[in-house]
Design a protein around this ligand. Structure first.
Ligand code: CAA
Length: 240
């Protein structure tokens, strides 16, 4: 029986590439999404991957969804915490609402979903958790104190949970993507983005598939000795 993988934010952008890559490599994939119904329906129709709508920032919604998925598929072996949002502005312009929205969706979501799947993984003595961090959680970024704090938190969360899971066959790793050609990055003002690309040694944005291949590497059964790591995939922009 194939391993069951839940990918949050799995119908668009980097998450979509992760879902497709895992499916292609024989995993049973379940993709979560939050609000873009049209994209999710189109994704499901085209790729046959089941989609579950729930808000990853809402603990009880995550509990309900994990219960449902477990009843539909038996268990969850692999969790990819990919869902994330930006609400960029300088701190002096940032609203409290935009601080909490980014922390809740990008960081508390990791707690919410890990908390909901961890008991099952501990019982079965197998689990693969990959949290999608960011270069901007490693290096900081002008206009992103909320996002940088959340992503930086993901990296600490990953190392702590990796220590807890190690004796139970559960690995917990992070990927820190650089600037990847997705809608999120395309929303950065053109002039700002040009300056960012100029600082990427390989001279271009990354592809979502670059991240998906990294996830595939980390979730493999054979990757049991890799835990607590952060894989930076950023075209050489930040060597950490
Ligand atoms: N360094 C120095 N100055 C900068 C700057 C930088 N990196 N970026 C913008 N500025 C300057 C602007 O040129 C502008 O200057 P002037 O006022 O002299 O014209 C000023 O900052 C804007 O200041 P404001 O107080 O008006 O800023 P704001 O609150 O409106 O925010 C901004 C503007 C949101 C920061 C906008 O510049 C922006 O979107 N920057 C890009 C942020 C970014 O890189 N986001 C990453 C999104 S992708 C992602 O997050 C995925 C991932 O993991 C990599």
């Amino acid at each position: 029986m194939s391993r069951v993988a839940l990918v949050t934010g799995g119908t668009r952008g980097i998450g979509k590439a992760i879902s497709l890559h895992l499916k292609e490599h024989g995993y049973t994939v379940i993709a979560n999404y939050s609000s873009n119904n049209d994209a999710a329906v189109a994704f499901h129709k085209k790729h046959g991957i089941p989609v579950y709508q729930f808000d990853v920032s809402d603990f009880s919604a995550c509990q309900k969804a994990v219960k449902q998925i477990t009843s539909d598929y038996g268990h969850i072996d692999i969790l990819v915490n990919n869902a994330g949002i930006t609400r960029d502005s300088t701190l002096h312009n940032m609203t409290e609402e935009n601080w909490h929205a980014v922390l809740d969706t990008n960081l508390s979501s990791c707690f919410n979903l890990c908390r909901c799947v961890i008991d099952g993984m501990r019982e079965r003595e197998f689990g693969r958790i990959v949290n999608i961090g960011s270069i901007n959680g490693q290096a900081g970024q002008y206009g992103q104190v909320n996002y940088a704090a959340a992503k930086s938190g993901i990296h600490g969360f990953t190392k702590a949970l990796a220590q807890e899971g190690a004796g139970k066959g559960i690995t917990v790793n992070a990927i820190a993507p650089g600037y990847i050609a997705t809608d999120m990055v395309r929303a950065v003002p053109e002039k700002v983005l040009e300056k960012i690309i100029a600082k990427i040694p390989v001279g271009r944005l990354g592809d979502a598939e670059d991240i998906a291949r990294g996830v595939g590497f980390l979730v493999a059964d054979e990757a049991g000795f890799i835990t607590g790591s952060t894989l930076s995939i950023n075209g050489g922009q930040h060597m950490y």
